[in-house]
Design a protein around this ligand. Structure first.
Ligand code: CTP
Length: 393
């Protein structure tokens, strides 16, 4: 599964370091070339000789060794296809999040432009520290993948979240990250999920969108080698940039931030057309009246705005809309593509229970500007995503 791939494992100074001996063997068994880099503290927990024998490579610790007249951190960063830091201590996580390069491992990571997977392991109180959480958020925001630690008995005697996740999870994430093709040089921005429009601190207006179609598009684009930005209302961890948003206004802002550098924008999200005029600051109380009225105001039509912006902008991304219809699918879709002005419109029939919302399957019709319609037969959302991406190329 990993034949010909170069996996660089970074081990930092935590007790879970001993488990990484087995992880090295898993990568080796699957054909990878494994290089281990230890922080100086990691060697308090595991012997260099052990790691050297298992990886069949020299283990790097010192930043100032040189090979081929290249500084070590640059040559290691050039050679690796993926970096896996396990266990990652709070200290190393915080250093990487803040661009600190004070040892060989942190310097390599700073110079590395391919996927980085981080598997934290630490005391539960350290894990719960808001500063550490903030640093992890920063890393996720720029595309680092986190293998979340698990809950259980910790070596420090506490019971809580902080235990290194299973080696299988780290291994699977590595395979997923290495699956991506060479860069296509294309940047694809995709929205997904239903927006959430707050009414008060405990209530909101939303819709049944699962975000699966947008996520499948993002995954397939990533596998194509595209630079992917997924703007989503759902909680997802992916090896590409994910921008988590809630409301239509937040989504509008996030997509606009990417507009100037995007080559393709796919609006698969189900955006609420209206939001509450006033969001109550406190929970709304039941009144003696049998009816209440909530005033709503129109949300921006993000897709239409993007198409209007394209007409007057230097950047001219290909813009793809989605449309969800419960009746007169084709006619409504034809009207919508004209109204919005996008290049393609992918039409979904949401009246069918066997496809669309929440389902893993879909069946869509793609319309182009000239009114040509192409139907894609019922298939998994992954297959439909692949076909849509091929079609709009
Ligand atoms: N869309 C958007 N902003 C909105 C509403 C929709 O960007 N405020 C986008 C959706 O992401 C989708 C397309 O417009 O790509 C069509 O969404 P749909 O809900 O089918 O159409 P609406 O424009 O909302 O029209 P209607 O609800 O009247 O069918």
């Amino acid at each position: 599964m990993l034949s010909g791939k170069n996996v660089l494992i970074g081990i930092t100074g935590g007790i879970a370091a001993y488990k990484i001996c087995e992880l090295i063997r898993m990568y080796k068994r699957n054909g990878a070339n494994v290089r281990v880099i230890c922080t100086p503290n990691a060697l308090n927990f595991v012997a260099k000789l052990t790691l050297q024998n298992l990886s069949q490579n020299e283990v790097g610790v010192d930043e100032f060794e040189v090979s081929d007249f290249k500084p070590e951190h640059i040559s290691y960063a050039d050679e690796a296809d993926v970096i896996v830091i396990a266990p990652a201590t709070a200290n190393t996580i915080s250093k990487i999040a803040n661009g600190i390069c004070d040892n060989l491992l942190t310097s390599i990571v700073c110079a590395f432009k391919k996927p980085v997977i981080i598997a934290p392991a630490m005391n539960c109180n350290m894990w719960g520290n808001p500063i550490i959480q903030e640093n992890l958020k920063k890393l996720k925001a720029v595309g680092y993948q986190i293998c979340e630690p698990e809950s259980g008995y910790l070596a420090c005697g506490y019971n809580g979240v902080g235990r290194l996740c299973t080696l299988e999870k780290i291994f699977d994430k590595t395979v997923e990250a290495l699956h991506a093709k060479a860069s296509s040089g294309r940047k694809v921005v995709i929205t997904s999920g239903g927006t959430i429009e707050e009414l008060d601190p405990v209530r909101y207006i939303s819709n049944y969108s699962s975000g699966k179609m947008g996520l499948a598009l993002a995954d397939e684009a990533f596998k194509n080698g595209d630079e992917v930005v997924l703007v989503t209302t759902k909680e997802v961890e992916r090896p590409y940039k994910v921008v988590k948003v809630k409301s239509a206004l937040e989504m509008q802002n996030a997509v606009n931030n990417e507009f100037d550098t995007a080559n393709v924008i796919i609006m698969a999200a189900a955006v609420a057309d209206y939001r509450a005029k006033n969001v109550a600051p406190q929970k709304m109380k039941k009144t003696s009246s049998d009816e209440i009225t909530i005033e709503l105001v129109k949300n921006p039509d993000i897709l239409k705005e993007l198409c209007d912006k394209k007409a007057v902008s230097k950047n001219s991304p290909l813009i793809v809309g989605f449309c969800a219809e419960s009746e007169n699918l084709l006619n409504n879709a034809k009207e919508k593509i004209q109204k919005k002005g996008c290049d393609f419109l992918v039409a979904n029939d949401i009246s069918r229970k066997d496809i669309g919302f929440s389902s893993d399957y879909n069946e869509v019709t793609i319309l182009d500007k000239n009114g040509n319609a192409t139907q894609l037969e019922r298939a998994t959302k992954t297959e439909i995503a692949r076909l849509i991406l091929d079609y709009i190329k």
